[in-house]
Write a protein that binds this ligand. Structure first.
Ligand SMILES: *Cc1c(COP(=O)(O)O)cnc(C)c1O
Length: 398
C-alpha cells in the first residue's frame, strides 16, 4: 500500500481542514501524536521543541483551560487535573519530600484533611493542624521547620475568612510556602496569588465550571514552585480528559456573570435570614456582623461568595422540617450549581466527626448550608421562605 492510499483513509490534521479557524476550539481526544522522524521525537520529548506527543503529559484542551485559569488568577503557571483533590495532591507531591512537615487549617474540606494528614503520613510527611484564623496559633505551629502552610479562602461551613496577606507573611518569615484552596471563592471573588500565596488550588467542579457536570481541578503557582509539577503530572498521571476540559472552558465563559448573580443572591438571602425568627445565627462574610467581614472587604473583589450557612433554633428536627418544606431547593451536598442547593453538614460533609468535634467547630444539628444559584433573587427568597414557614408553624404549635 502506498503512502498516498494510507493517508486518504485518514482525515487531514485539524489545523489543515479549513482555510478559516473555528471560533471555539475543537475537542481533541487524540492520545498520541505522529512524529516526523526520530530527531523530531527526541527534540519534542526533551522539551526543546514545543508540541504534543502523549496526552498524559499535555494536550490542547487541558492547556487552553489551564491558560484561562492562569489569566483569571494572574498566576505565572497553571495546570489542570482530573479533580480538585488531584490538584491538591499534585500541589503536595510537587513540593514535599519524605520527612517534611506541613501546617494545615483545621477547617479544611474533609477529604483534603484526610489527604494531608492521613495519606501523606504514609509517605513520611508530618502535619500539624491549626485554626488558621488564629494568627498566633499559626505562628506557633510554624516555629518548627515547615514546608507548606495550607488554608482555604472561605472555610466550610462557617465561611470564616483567614487573613491571606498575614498568613503569607508568616509563612515566608518561617521559610514555608502558602497554598490556598480557593474553591469556595473562585477567582471572581478572590485571587490569592495577589495576596501573597505561592500556590492555589481550585476545584473547577464547583462554581468555576458551574454546571455540576464536570469533575476537574486546577493548580496555579509561582515560577519558583513549578519545577516538579510537570514530572509529577506525567508520572502520577492525574491528567484531565479533553472533553471535560472543553466543557469547563465553556462553563468558565460565563463565570463572572454567574458568580456576580450568585453572590448578590447570597447577600439578599443572608439579610433575609438575619431577620427570620426560626434562625438563630447566620454566617455570611458579606454581613457586617460576620467575624471576618473587614478581612473579606480588603481581600475580596467587592463580592462575598455564593455560600450562606445558618442555624435553626429547633436543632435536627427543625433542619429536617426545613429540608422537607423547601422543595424547590434540592438537598445536594455539593456547591456551585446554576441552581440554589442546600446541604446539612451534620449528616453529610461533617458526618465522620464526633458530636463533640462538630460542636467545637460550631456545627450544630440545626445547621443548613446554602449554595446560591443564579435564579432571580425573589424566587430564591421565596423558596427559602417556604422552608422557614414550615419550621415556624411547628414552633408556634409547640
Ligand atoms: C469539592 C472541594 C474539593 C475537591 O474537589 P473535587 O473536584 O471534588 O475533587 C476541594 N476543596 C474544596 C473546598 C471543595 O469544596
Amino acid at each position: 500500500m502506498s503512502a498516498e492510499d494510507d493517508s486518504s483513509r485518514r482525515a487531514a490534521p485539524a489545523n489543515q481542514r479549513h482555510s478559516t479557524e473555528p471560533l471555539v476550539p475543537p475537542i481533541e481526544p487524540a492520545v498520541v501524536y505522529r512524529c516526523e522522524d526520530p530527531q523530531q521525537a527526541d527534540a519534542l520529548l526533551a522539551g526543546k521543541l514545543s508540541g504534543y506527543v502523549y496526552s498524559r503529559d499535555a494536550h490542547p484542551n487541558a492547556d487552553q483551560l489551564a491558560d484561562l485559569c492562569r489569566r483569571w488568577h494572574a498566576a505565572p503557571r497553571a495546570v489542570v487535573c482530573g479533580s480538585g483533590m488531584a490538584a491538591l495532591a499534585v500541589g503536595a507531591l510537587s513540593q514535599l519530600d519524605h520527612g517534611d512537615s506541613i501546617v494545615v487549617g483545621k477547617q479544611l474540606y474533609g477529604r483534603s484533611l484526610q489527604l494531608l494528614t492521613g495519606e501523606l503520613a504514609r509517605f513520611g510527611m508530618n502535619s500539624r493542624v491549626v485554626d488558621t484564623c488564629d494568627l498566633a496559633a499559626v505562628a506557633q505551629a510554624l516555629a518548627s521547620p515547615t514546608k507548606l502552610l495550607i488554608v482555604e479562602t472561605i472555610t466550610n461551613p462557617l465561611l470564616r475568612v483567614p487573613d491571606l496577606h498575614a498568613l503569607a507573611e508568616l509563612a515566608h518569615e518561617h521559610g514555608a510556602l502558602l497554598l490556598v484552596d480557593n474553591t469556595f471563592a473562585s477567582p471572581a471573588v478572590c485571587r490569592p496569588i495577589e495576596c501573597g500565596a505561592d500556590l492555589v488550588v481550585e476545584s473547577l467542579t464547583k462554581i468555576m465550571n458551574g454546571h455540576s457536570d464536570v469533575l476537574l481541578g486546577a493548580l496555579l503557582g509561582r515560577e519558583e514552585c513549578w519545577q516538579r509539577v510537570p514530572p509529577v503530572m506525567a508520572t502520577w498521571g492525574p491528567t484531565a480528559s479533553p472533553f471535560d476540559c472543553w466543557l469547563a472552558r465553556r462553563g468558565m465563559g460565563t463565570m463572572s456573570l454567574r458568580v456576580e448573580r450568585a453572590c448578590s443572591n447570597a447577600l439578599r438571602v443572608a439579610e433575609m435570614l438575619e431577620q427570620a425568627t426560626p434562625v438563630k445565627t447566620v454566617w455570611y462574610p458579606g454581613l457586617a456582623g460576620h467575624p471576618d467581614h473587614e478581612i473579606a472587604k480588603r481581600q475580596f473583589e467587592g463580592l462575598y461568595g455564593h455560600m450562606v450557612s445558618f442555624t435553626l433554633r429547633g436543632g435536627r428536627s427543625a433542619a429536617e422540617r426545613f429540608i422537607a418544606a423547601a422543595r424547590k431547593v434540592p438537598f445536594a451536598p455539593s456547591l456551585g450549581d446554576l441552581m440554589t442547593t442546600l446541604s446539612h453538614p451534620q449528616s453529610t460533609s461533617h458526618r465522620a466527626m464526633s458530636e463533640a468535634e462538630r460542636t467545637a467547630l460550631g456545627i450544630g444539628p440545626g445547621m443548613i448550608r446554602l449554595s446560591l444559584g443564579i435564579e432571580p433573587a425573589d424566587e430564591v427568597i421565596e423558596a427559602v421562605q417556604e422552608g422557614l414557614a414550615a419550621v415556624e408553624s411547628v414552633g408556634r404549635g409547640q
